[in-house]
Design a protein around this ligand. Sequence first.
Ligand SMILES: Nc1ncnc2c1ncn2[C@@H]1O[C@H](COP(=O)(O)OP(=O)(O)OP(=O)(O)O)[C@@H](O)[C@H]1O
Ligand SMILES: [Mg+2]
Length: 513
Amino acid sequence: MAQFHELNIEHSIMQAIDKMGFEEATPIQEKVIPLGKEGQDIIGQAQTGTGKTVAFGIPCVEQVDVEEKHPQALVLTPTRELAIQVAEELNKLGRFKGIRALPIYGGQEITRQITALKKRPQIIVATPGRYMDHMRRKTIRPEYLKIVVLDEADEMLSMGFIEDIETILQEVPNERQTLLFSATMPPKLKGIADRFMNNPVSIAVKAKQLTVENIDQRYIVLPEKDKFDVLCNLLDKETPELAIIFGRTKRRVDELTDSLSIRGFAVEGLHGDMKQERRDLVIKKFKRGSIDVMVATDVAARGLDVNDVSHVINFDLPQDSESYVHRIGRTGRAGRKGISYSFVTPREKDHLAYIEESTKKRMTQIQPPTYADALSGRHEQAVEMLRDAAMDPSAAQLTNAARGLLEQFDAETLVSAALKMVTKEPSKKPVKITGEAPVRSKHKPSRDGRGGGGGKRRKDRGGGGGGLRINAKKRSGKKEFSRAGAGGDGGRGKRGRDDRRGRDDRRGGRKKK
Ligand SMILES: Nc1ncnc2c1ncn2[C@@H]1O[C@H](COP(=O)(O)OP(=O)(O)OP(=O)(O)O)[C@@H](O)[C@H]1O
Ligand SMILES: [Mg+2]
């Protein structure tokens, strides 16, 4: 691997990289940065958590001119959280050069964004819907853009943003540079890319498997009705540093969040029907560790970079393998270790096989953790707590009381009693989780790991109110759609599409805790 200083990067940006604590460039960075700086169009693919943001970020920051008072680079991302995060990373890279990146996304007051735009950031990071709004209002002038980056390009296209992206690109001068990035690149993307791009070079960091090596991938076979208790046992047994639990639908996320909270876990939910301020708050709390469990729909699957996510749990298997790759990729980032668990109902075993074939990686089956496992996890926590308390000098105040007790009991009995008192037994409070139908695999496992299916789909994304309403006729397997209202980014688009994921976007409001 190359050191950053071998890549001929501008001095001020090198300073920023030093400050960020990076020394060696990751393989995708090493390949993309030199070509990107030359203005080359690039399709970049590399595994999750391997630094794609910096790979496109350095060419962007290097090529924009601080003196020019118009936005010169545009980065499009599928979700609002990702827009915020990418803008943060670009701001770090550009700080010594004086480059500013502004995130623009749905659900945030547009007037506030207009004010921020007047301060003339050189880089805009936006979700497609909100960017289109600004384009129509002429509060962003696209004619000065020199670089366009599509981060998670495949996702934006499968979310149905293709027409928006085409419209956006039509307004950008043709001599622009276009960069397109993702950890997964379905073959059909290539054709689309050719339409948007000018002689792009494909840079794929070759790996044996789609998922990173440092994620220990496990699965548990269990009936649907056992999932929640097993989840609680698992969390107690493993006491994750930070865990993300993925559920299939918004209702699922709400129910899981409420139920985990009833059982005493520090948890918040994240999905596209939540108010933007709430979404931002949940991410903040999760990043600083004031909650250690986040339950989310696929809105959190792409690009999100939170240090120290130790566990990803697929409470429901995702419909497609791309989604699986991105979900579990929230852990094991930047060379760290991670563990993923996938809950598989007996009827979903074929689907599991399809995912394994696609990622070219076998998962390890483990037995469902039991209540006894949960209890011993809690005991270990109690031991930790007692150990911490013993190291606290203020414990000395109780020395006399301790001596008195030691005259009556032996030390082992006393410490065991103290541990028993500190142990919070796993709660068995009743909760209500509505059962979900198993994922019906449309993919027949095949030798190259790609079954049929695929096709168009729409994901549960951050729609500010204008979500897709699904009238699911579950039995017939046919679904009808009607759109309700126009909204933020995720709920955009007139393309009533075949929701093969069978997501149920209906929800009955978040229950008050
Ligand atoms: N050269 C480097 N050395 C060490 N850490 C790095 C380096 N480059 C990036 N990182 C860090 O690695 C983490 C993952 O980077 P990033 O979010 O860009 O990954 P990604 O490839 O875009 O992943 P995903 O496919 O999930 O979006 C970030 O915290 C980032 O700051
Ligand atoms: Mg990324």
